[in-house]
Design a binder for this molecule. Structure first.
Ligand SMILES: Cc1cc2nc3c(=O)[nH]c(=O)nc-3n(C[C@H](O)[C@H](O)[C@H](O)COP(=O)(O)OP(=O)(O)OC[C@H]3O[C@@H](n4cnc5c(N)ncnc54)[C@H](O)[C@@H]3O)c2cc1C
Length: 383
């Protein structure tokens, strides 16, 4: 048992921390206020190799582990949760999906563009009528000669207004239920494909979200990823990893909230003394630190299990559930510690709270994580 990160992981952590605090933190409030996607940040992340953490060197990445990705992701989420959200969708959810499932030609064509930051990617599963029950999706792709013709729509798609490439789950066999799904690559500009206006959201405003529409959208059969009707196993096969990499969103934001509070309670005086000397404030800080460390350990354990190639549905869901809910609790305590100033936009604390809430909904809601954990517990106990 060894809780230390490797030297290489510490190097990635420190390099990302320097970059994120110098280049991402100063933009966090601005992109939130203006609802602006940070293209420049992505270009620089590409140059530093951060977009290709999970992509092998042969395709322009740096070929690191899922644990290293989580370490890097925590640093980016510390600086700006919205940037981290767009980052994890393009780099991990899309990048790792293509590494696992795409053909050699698809990998050569798309992965270097993703890893360099030249192109942003989206993954589209959710539909207006199929959210948690995602396997009931209804968008279709019909094979006609050497093309698929796609019809339907997807909603809440992260990065959609800025993405060039979309990984879209569709139904290719209407009668086969969850065994009739396929994954197809759709490029921006394909006739019949369009993107809606960005949604106005509670938080994560620098990470644009929109609906996408398909109306007799023709894509070549070469754009099929993996086997026709074979998407369910691809989708389920990636879930552990997707949940593990969602967890550092909560950890990074909560660590930022705690660090901001530690500075504030020493500066701010009431009743003739710094807030830091009030025991109720000290208890809040202590509780925040325990929760953050517990979430970090759950996250690293789930990521490590994924790296060992072990199925870890319960552990990945435990990490995602605890870390994202903890992110909301800790950010809420931070608003409380800052008092009225915490409630004002100018201080950037309420943003942490608004952004953290998204973590409990995306990539499977907290309720769905609880269902998975309970099912897994029963399975393992032989019930
Ligand atoms: C900011 C943001 C970004 C997103 N990005 C993407 C993206 O890039 N790609 C993508 O495909 N999707 C994306 N989503 C969609 C997200 O994955 C879904 O919102 C999520 O899966 C929940 O689906 P729903 O919103 O339809 O809620 P519903 O499934 O309608 O759920 C509503 C409520 O009912 C609960 N519920 C549902 N089923 C059960 C059950 N069996 N037992 C108990 N409770 C249940 C839920 O937990 C929730 O509280 C994003 C969402 C947000 C908010």
């Amino acid at each position: 048992m060894d809780f230390r990160l490797s030297e290489e992981q510490i190097e990635f952590q420190q390099m990302t921390r320097r970059f994120a605090r110098n280049e991402i933190t100063p933009l966090a409030s601005l992109i939130d206020e203006e609802g602006r996607f940070p293209f420049e940040t992505f270009r620089k992340m590409g140059e530093l190799g951060l977009l290709g953490i999970l992509i092998p060197e042969a395709y322009g990445g740096v070929g690191q582990s899922i644990l290293t990705f989580c370490v890097v992701m925590e640093e980016i989420a510390y600086a700006c949760a919205a940037t981290a959200m767009s980052y994890t969708v393009s780099s991990a959810l899309c990048g790792h999906n293509l590494v696992r499932n795409a053909s050699e030609a698809q990998k050569r064509r798309y992965l270097p563009e993703l890893a360099s930051g030249r192109k942003i990617f989206s993954i589209a599963m959710t539909e207006p009528g199929a959210g948690s029950d995602v396997l009931s999706m209804r968008s279709t792709a019909e094979r006609r000669g050497d093309h698929y013709v796609i019809n339907g729509s997807k909603t809440f798609i992260t990065n959609a207004p800025v993405s060039e490439v979309f990984l879209v789950y569709v139904r290719t066999d209407r009668a086969a239920g969850p065994h009739g799904l396929s994954l197809i690559l759709v490029e921006k500009g394909t006739p019949g494909f369009s993107v809606g206006q960005p949604f106005k959201k509670m938080g994560m405003n620098g990470s644009p979200t929109a609906e996408i529409f398909f109306s007799d959208c023709r894509v070549p059969v070469e754009n099929l990823v993996g086997k026709e009707h074979g998407a369910m196993s691809m989708l389920l096969g990636g879930l552990d990893m997707e949940r593990a990499v969602g967890a550092p969103l909560g950890v990074g934001a909560a660590q930022c909230a705690l660090d901001r509070c530690l500075a504030y309670v020493q500066e701010r005086h009431q009743f003739g003394q710094p807030l830091a000397l009030f025991e109720m404030i000290q208890a809040k800080l202590a509780n925040m630190s325990v929760e953050i460390e517990a979430a970090r350990l759950l996250t690293h354990k789930a990521a490590w299990l994924c790296d060992q190639g072990v199925r870890c549905s319960a552990e990945a869901s435990q990490a995602k559930l605890y870390a994202t809910e903890m992110g909301v609790r800790v950010a809420s305590e931070a608003v409380q510690i800052f008092g009225g100033y915490g409630y004002m936009r100018e201080y950037g604390i309420e943003r942490l709270y608004r952004d953290a809430k998204a973590g409990t909904i995306v990539a499977g809601t907290s309720e769905i994580q609880r269902l998975i954990i309970a099912r897994e517990l029963m399975k393992r106990s032989g019930v």
